[in-house]
Ligand binder design. Structure first.
Ligand SMILES: Cc1ncc(COP(=O)(O)O)c(C=O)c1O
Length: 403
């Protein structure tokens, strides 16, 4: 049976790094629930986080229940009904456009929580400075709908910004400090007076910061934030998603069938790429794959994020690199539901365990029941090496979801 297995010690390791970095910079760090919303694991992150960032009402409700503290919401658009609910419990509500802000401004600023200062409002600004390498994840691409283009924001009637006390900027995806620094510089070049205005109390630098990667320059991030705080008198927020969860989870699957067709050795897995690892097809990217081996003496080999004590693993190579090459495919009818061609040190057999690495962030939240493929369980590997299954999916989950 396939399973998403998340390591609690690995989640805590990332969380500690994020907490230490935020503390060094005097910044607030939020968990972006769009990347990871496994409620039974959020508890381990909430101990270290200042709160959560939500993409709308449902994530905000989840944040209130499972993360607590500060709840920052940003959505490309709010319905009035959603906004009315958010006004009662969110702390920051960031708007994507001047037109939504104008439409809801009176509603927002007259709310008792806004009057008491418990609730603040911000605008997402688009610095129109692209550093992303993946078009699907580039909010600064020409014609983007995400955020008010900085030139339009600085040119707008000052009266329109009354009631706005924050700026929100999300421009990065899996990026390092050099890109953040150049993006902030691009923003400052056009919006220094706005940033320096006493009305602006917070600056949310969004997500996409690869803070928990070993080669991320955390010192440079801290330096930048300290400077921004000092220069503009703002509270800085970071709202990473992936950085909390990178290298914390795997998808464990089993080989259901092996056969030769059209000149390829096909191994069919008990999962779907489309339903259970959609970013592999959407982004697209090639995940790191492992097979279990009887014994691995090569300590230099990369290992999956989550290792079971009784198992040894070998990383798969590209086609032809290792002796046995297979096309790893899904059990759905979608022709393109294929992980790719991978080579292994040994031949595969039905029942073998195949592990897809780094499947915690953006993967579990995006899964579907396409083709009625049994949904992988979700389980936690606890610090004492025991495994706790926190969600087992059944036929009812598949049938009930579609009404
Ligand atoms: C507004 C916003 N904040 C935060 C994030 C989290 O980004 P990441 O998981 O790349 O850190 C995203 C991701 O798309 C986002 O759109």
């Amino acid at each position: 049976m396939a399973e998403f297995l998340l390591s609690v010690p690995a989640l805590e390791r990332n969380a500690r790094i994020l907490r230490e970095t935020a503390d060094a910079a005097g910044a607030k760090v939020l968990v972006a629930l769009k990347a990871f919303a496994t409620t039974s694991a959020l508890h381990y992150l909430s101990v270290y986080a200042d709160g959560a960032c939500a993409s709308g009402l449902y994530e905000a409700q989840l944040a209130a229940k499972h993360v607590g503290a500060h709840i920052a919401v940003y959505s490309p658009a709010y319905s009035q009904a959603e906004l009315l609910e958010l006004l009662d419990f969110a702390h920051h509500i960031d708007f994507n456009s001047l037109s939504q802000w104008e439409r809801y401004r009176a509603l927002c600023t007259q709310h008792p929580r806004a009057r008491s200062g418990e609730l603040q409002f911000g605008l997402r600004v688009n610095p129109c400075f692209s550093t992303s390498h993946t078009p699907l994840y580039d909010p600064c691409a020409t014609g983007s709908r995400l955020g008010v283009p900085v030139a339009e924001l600085t040119a707008c009637e000052p009266q329109l910004l009354v009631g706005i006390s924050g700026l929100h900027m999300h421009t990065l995806c899996e990026q390092y400090t050099t890109d953040l620094i150049s993006t902030v510089a691009a923003l400052e070049k056009q919006a220094t007076p706005l940033l320096a205005s006493p009305a602006i109390r917070y600056l949310n630098l969004g997500g996409g910061h690869w803070i928990t990667k070993p080669d991320y320059d955390r010192g440079a991030l801290v330096e930048l934030i300290l400077r921004l705080k000092q220069q503009y008198g703002v509270q800085v927020y970071l709202e990473p998603g992936e950085a909390w969860c990178i290298h914390t989870g795997v998808l464990r699957s089993q080989v259901l069938d092996i056969f030769e067709a059209a000149g390829h050795s096909h191994a069919i897995l008990d999962v779907s790429v489309s339903a259970h690892m959609p970013d592999v097809l959407e982004m697209p990217y090639r995940p790191c794959v492992f097979c279990t081996v009887p014994f691995s003496s090569d300590a230099s080999l990369q290992q999956p994020a989550v290792c079971l004590p009784e198992e040894f693993y070998h990383a798969a190579g590209v086609a032809g690199e290792l002796p046995h090459t297979y096309r790893l495919g899904a059990r759905t009818c979608l022709a393109g539901d294929v992980l790719g061609d991978f080579s292994f040190p040994r031949s595969l057999a039905v029942g073998d365990t195949i592990i897809m690495d780094d499947m915690a962030h953006y993967t579990i939240v995006k899964t579907t029941h396409f083709n009625g493929v049994p949904h992988p369980d979700i389980a936690l590997l606890l610090p004492d090496n025991s495994i706790r299954t926190v969600r087992h999916f059944t036929f009812r989950d598949f049938a009930d979801r579609l009404g």
